[in-house]
Each structure stands twice: as structure tokens, then as C-alpha cells.
Design a protein around this ligand. Structure first.
Ligand SMILES: *Cc1c(COP(=O)(O)O)cnc(C)c1O
Length: 390
């Protein structure tokens, strides 16, 4: 047992191609934002069929810029979900606006579209939604509400690269889509993000992302360049480097393969776990192509002698890595204290949090590793069943 290798929750899928591209870029004489980043932005334009794409240092940066572009500030409200990584809410705090959390619906763990309208006030400026795990939110309903009240939709698509709703790519429904290329996401640039939207907004974001200078370093220092620039906004420093872009370019080429592998592994999990009463497998709604950022499994705790944390520890002893996506934002001290949330504030998010865990999921998982995960999970269930009737 102890000779078995630990299977991590995720592993970036980096091969010789990425390494060679990085070396080429490092030797090229230009390593920061420049030709590699710009040509990759063109590829993303074609992929998403949008006219504005901007590669950035993170998804958090993309979300922050989207709020700035919409001029969202103090006294404004932004509706969002508590069941997300905290940067979704942090950026709302950064611009001085108020996050208004709406509880999730239990099947997809996405914001409950039927509960949004109740939270809209005359201060509501945007809905910042998250396609949890890469399963689309109810976009028909959410866009209908947004149109009715003239509020903008920002999609946090950190999990949704490769995901679709009714044949349309996630990230292309709202005014802005913000993607993450952090190392555990479906495709990675180590750290990185992408903002998509219409041309004018994205070109404005480009200036905001680079100190508010009206000409980038590449525009100034390349052969055709000119040293002069003017600052037209007190900008940020959110640009992607050409080194990162050269990794990401290889990753985008592999996206189809990566997504196929993720789906194959998920299918295996679904098949093995669906007959087990103690486990609740993810449900996929019609009209959705899931991008499977993570594989969230839920425990039917009433049938088990142990809680979720014990379950995770048992898997760890079997050398299986897991994670919890996510600790609801309302439970983090900053938010809990600031908004005086109680145990009862978001009953669905809190309840699902108590019984959820994510299993290992990465393209290069071997048959043997997949089998070790499924047998370890099933063993853990069998070893900890409540009332075994003989
Ligand atoms: C990872 C993640 C982010 C942040 O992405 P970064 O690129 O690390 O800034 C935002 N939202 C969600 C839902 C995430 O999972």
C-alpha cells in the first residue's frame, strides 16, 4: 500500500511542446506582452466568435476590469453566488460595491435563477455568475431577467473553457466573460486570464490593464514603434507575458483532446458511482456541454458513519488527493462578519458544502489511476456504511 504513489486532485498537462515554445520565446529577445500574446488573442477571437479578447495575468484581473468597465462603484450592488472561489466576490469589494449573494440550486450548484429577481433593487448594476465546475447556469432565465431590469451580466468562466449552453460557448452570453488559466484549470498558462467582450470595451480594458498608457511597450519598442505615450487613465498592471502566451497557445491546440479525456474519466466515475446509494453523482442538464473543471461528488451523510472531512482523510490514507470546491463565501470570516451572515443565511450552499468533495481529474490519468480512485472511494463507502444488514 505505502509504495503506491499519491494521485493528486489535478496536474497541469504540460508536454515537450510547451517547453520548446517557452524556450523559443525566451530566446526571441521579447518575453513580455507582444507578438505571442497578440496572435493568441486572435485565435481566441476565432474560437469564441467575438471581436474583443484580452489576455491578462489572471481571471481575477479580468473580473476586476469588467466591473471597472461597467463603472460599478460604491453604492452599487452586484448579484453573485456564494458557491465560488472567493475572487468572484473580492473584486466586487475592490471596486467598493456590495456583493449580494443569492443561494444556489442543488442540482448544478449554480446560482438559483428563480431567486435572483427578489434580490434586485434600484442599486443592482450587474449579475456576476459562475458556471460551477463548467456546468452552464440557466442562461435563458438569467438573460431574461438581466434584459428586463437593464442590468449587465458578467460570466466568471474560470471553470468553463470548453463548455457550452444550447450550442453557444460559455462566456459569450453576458457583456463580459472572464476565463482563468491558473495551473489547475482545464488549460493553463501557469497564471493567466482572458477577458472577452465587444471590441470597444476590450480595447479600453487593454489600456486599463497596462498602466492606462495609450501605447503598449510592444507598440513602442518594436521596429515600427515610437517612444511616445500618454497616460489616459490611472491603470493597473494586469498584462499576460509572451512566455505565458506561448504555453497557453500549445494548450489551446490541445483543448479538444483535454476535454475528451476529462469526459472519458468522468464517464468512468459516473458509471462506477451511480449504483452506490451513499454517493450522489453530478447531474447534467439537457442543452449543456459540461467542461468538467472538477468532479464534485456528494455524500449522502445519513447513510454513512463518517462525515465529509473524515471521508477525505480516509482517501488521503489511500493516497488519493481531493479538494472541496468551495467553502461558501458566506462562511469566510471577512464576509461573515461584514454582512452578519448566520448559519441560516444560505441553507443550500451550506448544506452542500458539508457533503461535497472533488476527485482527481486530469487528462494524463492512467487507467490504473482511474481504477485506484474508483475502488478507493467505493472501499471507503463500504468501510463506513451506517447500518449494514446481514
Ligand atoms: C480559479 C477561479 C478564479 C480565479 O482565477 P485566477 O486566474 O486565479 O485569478 C475565479 N473564479 C473561480 C470560480 C475560480 O475557480
Amino acid at each position: 500500500m505505502s509504495s503506491k504513489e499519491f494521485i493528486p486532485i489535478s496536474k497541469p498537462y504540460i508536454t515537450e511542446e510547451e517547453i520548446e515554445e517557452v524556450i523559443k520565446t525566451l530566446k526571441s529577445g521579447w518575453v513580455t506582452t507582444g507578438p505571442k500574446t497578440h496572435s493568441l488573442e486572435q485565435r481566441f477571437k476565432e474560437y469564441f466568435e467575438v471581436d474583443g479578447t484580452l489576455l491578462l495575468s489572471s481571471c481575477t484581473a479580468a473580473l476586476h476590469l469588467s466591473l471597472l468597465l461597467l463603472d460599478i462603484k460604491a453604492n452599487d450592488e452586484v448579484i453573485t453566488t456564494p458557491f465560488t472561489f472567493v475572487s468572484t466576490a473580492n473584486v466586487i469589494e475592490h471596486v467598493g460595491a456590495t456583493p449580494v449573494f443569492v443561494d444556489i440550486e442543488p442540482d448544478t450548484l449554480n446560482i438559483d435563477a428563480t431567486k435572483i429577481e427578489n434580490k434586485i433593487t434600484n442599486k443592482t448594476k450587474a449579475i456576476m455568475l459562475v458556471h460551477y465546475g463548467g456546468h452552464a447556469c440557466d442562461m435563458d432565465e438569467i438573460m431574461k431577467i438581466a434584459d428586463k431590469y437593464h442590468i449587465s451580466v458578467i460570466e466568471d468562466v474560470a471553470h468553463g473553457m470548453g463548455g457550452y449552453y444550447k450550442g453557444k460557448a460559455l462566456g459569450t452570453f453576458g457583456k463580459f466573460g472572464a476565463f482563468s488559466f491558473y495551473s489547475n484549470k482545464n488549460i493553463t498558462s501557469m497564471e493567466g486570464g482572458l477577458l472577452i467582450g465587444n471590441y470597444d470595451d476590450i480595447e479600453k480594458a487593454r489600456i486599463m490593464s497596462l498602466h492606462g498608457m495609450n501605447r503598449s511597450a510592444w507598440a513602442r519598442y518594436s521596429e515600427m514603434g515610437d517612444w511616445f505615450y500618454e497616460v489616459i487613465y490611472p491603470g493597473l498592471k494586469y498584462n499576460m507575458t509572451d512566455v505565458s502566451a506561448s504555453i497557453l497557445s500549445c494548450q489551446l491546440t490541445k483543448l479538444k483532446y483535454i476535454q475528451e479525456r476529462r469526459a472519458i474519466i468522468v464517464n468512468e466515475y459516473q458509471k462506477c458511482f451511480s449504483p452506490i446509494e451513499e454517493l450522489q453523482i453530478p447531474k447534467i442538464k439537457p442543452d449543456v456541454i459540461h467542461s468538467w473543471f472538477n468532479y464534485p461528488l456528494r455524500l449522502n451523510l445519513n447513510l454513512l458513519k463518517i462525515n465529509r472531512s473524515d471521508f477525505i482523510n480516509r482517501l488521503k490514507e489511500k493516497k488519493i488527493g481531493t479538494s472541496v470546491h468551495f467553502i461558501p463565501i458566506n462562511l469566510h470570516p471577512y464576509y461573515r462578519n461584514k454582512f452578519k451572515f448566520s448559519e441560516k443565511s444560505f441553507p443550500i450552499a451550506n448544506r452542500e458544502y458539508e457533503r461535497i468533495l472533488s476527485l482527481p481529474l486530469y487528462p494524463q490519468m492512467t487507467e490504473e489511476e482511474i481504477r485506484r480512485v474508483t475502488t478507493s472511494v467505493i472501499e471507503t463507502v463500504y468501510e463506513n456504511r451506517k447500518n449494514t444488514i446481514f
